[in-house]
Design a protein around this ligand. Structure first.
Ligand code: SF4
Length: 70
């Protein structure tokens, strides 16, 4: 299973594309961060860690998850 990681200074976002059910919640919630047509599609610098964690908690499939670095 392919896994990609995106980090800022506080958290790492883990992206597992095979789990995604394309609900679009991520893009609707944080359009500045998620750009499905671009690579890399997650622009982690465009939101605070708190905004990112709140949004990732809404992902229904677990395709997006995160770990805290501090
Ligand atoms: S919220 Fe999760 S399941 Fe929905 S499109 Fe984004 S990554 Fe996929």
């Amino acid at each position: 299973m392919s896994k990609k990681e995106y980090s800022n200074e506080e958290i790492t976002i883990i992206w597992e594309s095979e789990k995604c059910i394309h609900s679009g919640i991520c893009v609707k919630t944080l359009p500045k961060v998620y750009h499905p047509q671009e690579r890399p599609w997650i622009k982690i610098g465009n939101a605070t860690s708190e905004e990112l964690m709140n949004q990732i908690n809404l992902c229904p499939s677990g395709a997006l998850s995160y770990k805290k670095l501090k």
